[in-house]
Design a protein around this ligand. Structure first.
Ligand code: AMP
Ligand code: MG
Length: 270
């Protein structure tokens, strides 16, 4: 098992994202081939652990995915779903809020989507947009988004107390890698639908977004809802890291098959 600690952001850390190598794969179990094999084993293990979580039906896991555009959120969702049974898992993608969502507090729509007991829930974007894009685009005044760090802290603490284990993953790519992925999208007609002109305006403010992410991560990483910064320029390495973190998290939870409600010994099926 990889030591997932190396990607975890400890409370009290000052985070300099530009100092974290997005191509770092030094911790990989071997070359690309070997890492893909190791990931396949982790995928199997994750499936077993999810079945136990589902059978136990008492606790849940919430995986929060954040990244710059083309950072690999969709690919990571696909990867996780290779391991898990969709019956006990669900993914929610958060777009710019609708009029109804904007008429409520920023946690309203995310709270409605949290996983039920036994489930793994994946947020593809999340309430962290409300302290990142909302901050950079000045969609609300600073005192409003600044107060949200405490609100997020309290809300995640509440979920944790109710039995939800929260894992927050920042898929960290370089601006060069993003440019390459955008070009790939433009060059391939089957990927045009993924390209959005507006993404270029966001890209132009790269440093502002990175600074907003760094502060959001620093202020909301806790022992019960930790952030991990995942080097994500190489997809095979990213998938291995994500799998390692999820397996590690579920192993620490150690979900158990429930005891049968009555004594099943001696029952004959005729
Ligand atoms: P995509 O993930 O490419 O489908 O894009 C979704 C868009 O919705 C991104 O540009 C996000 O920044 C935006 N978005 C998501 N949540 C919010 C939010 N709470 N406020 C403003 N924009 C948001
Ligand atoms: Mg997009």
């Amino acid at each position: 098992m990889a030591t997932v600690e190396r990607w975890r952001v400890r409370p009290g850390t000052t985070l300099d994202l530009s100092a974290i190598d997005t191509r770092d794969a030094a911790a990989a179990p071997g070359d690309k081939e070997a890492t893909l094999e190791a990931t396949a084993l982790l995928t199997t293990r994750l499936g077993e652990l999810q079945e136990r979580l589902w059978a136990e039906g008492r606790r849940s896991v919430l995986v929060v995915l954040q990244a710059m555009d083309a950072g690999g959120k969709d690919g990571t969702v696909k990867h996780i779903f290779r391991a898990v049974n969709p019956a006990g898992a669900r993914v929610t993608s958060f777009k710019a809020p609708s009029a109804e969502e904007r008429a409520h507090d920023f946690l309203w729509r995310v709270h409605a989507a949290v996983p039920a007991r036994g489930e793994i829930g994946i947020f593809n974007r999340s309430h962290y947009e409300d302290v990142v894009v909302v901050r950079v685009d000045e969609l609300v005044p600073e005192p409003v988004w600044r107060a949200r760090y405490d609100a997020i802290w309290a809300w995640e603490h509440h979920l944790a107390a109710e039995g939800t284990v929260i894992v927050k993953l920042f898929l960290h790519i370089s601006p060069e890698e993003q440019a390459q992925r955008f070009r790939d999208r433009l060059d391939d007609p089957t990927k045009h639908w993924k390209f959005n002109r507006g993404d270029l305006a966001v890209r132009a403010r790269w440093d502002d977004h990175q600074a907003a992410y760094a502060e959001a991560i620093e202020r909301t990483t806790t022992d019960e809802a930790p952030w991990y910064v995942v080097p994500a320029d190489r997809k095979w390495f990213r998938n291995w890291v994500v799998s390692s973190i999820l397996v590690d998290t579920l192993e620490a939870m150690d979900p158990q098959f429930p005891e049968p409600a009555d004594d099943l010994s001696g029952i004959e099926v005729v």
